[in-house]
Design a protein around this ligand. Sequence first.
Ligand code: ZN
Length: 281
Amino acid sequence: MPNDLSPPTRPLTVPDLRGHTVLALHAHPDDEAIFTGITLQRLADAGARTVLVVATAGEMGTSRVPLRVGETIPERRIAELERSAAVLGVARLVLLGRRDSGLPGWTSAGHARALAVADPARLAREVAVIADDEGAGTVVHDDEHGIYGHPDHRATHRVGALAADLVGATAYRMTVDREHLHVSARGRHLVHGAARAAAVGFGRATAEISLAVTGSPRHLAGKRAAITAHASQVASDDVPTSGFDAAYGLEWFRRAGAPGVLDALGNAHLAADHRRHTGRP
Ligand SMILES: [Zn+2]
């Protein structure tokens, strides 16, 4: 039964974004699929170049499957990230080589290479150099809360926001709409488990979010394939096909700066409003 929270079922417009480059900064392998899996595919469909920058190799994520003999967690997770990036149409993948800080209170946050203790200004300069080389006019990064409070996601907020400032890019701050997820996903989104593990709140209220990007069934299938490419972290059963659209069919952003490339993908919040007022699909 469709309701106003379902992603729109009408065909999506495909803007012409050739010549535009979008840099998406994420903390760990799998965040790119979970939080921007639809958006990255739609940007690629529209002809935009997407550059995925991942700050750590997710070293603290225990593997749920046996590793190959001699294989390390970061090796496995980078291989999974490469598969996910290919599914999402990413043009270039860059690793910043910092180390996963783990959850709040873990001693891993004290490691010399831990992202949470890195100098944000120095890392921001690294990201800004990539953005500048690529001519990226748009930077996507975590919101001020680090989506669900993970120390590495808070760090990528600081780094991404500074980098966007340095190059004068429009910044889109990723989050999740916790009200939407409360109604549509009832604890079934991966962020629910992550927030429970970190013992923090997560996301934003609907009214705080400026842009909701949605996708077609093909984009949803691609997003699920990209998430499950991270097989060391996510089991297929963790993201069942039943209810997947309700939990993962929207991606949410708060924009800093002038309307930019992501706005051209259309705002599903406005589409829902349109349907409510006209009764038409
Ligand atoms: Zn993460």
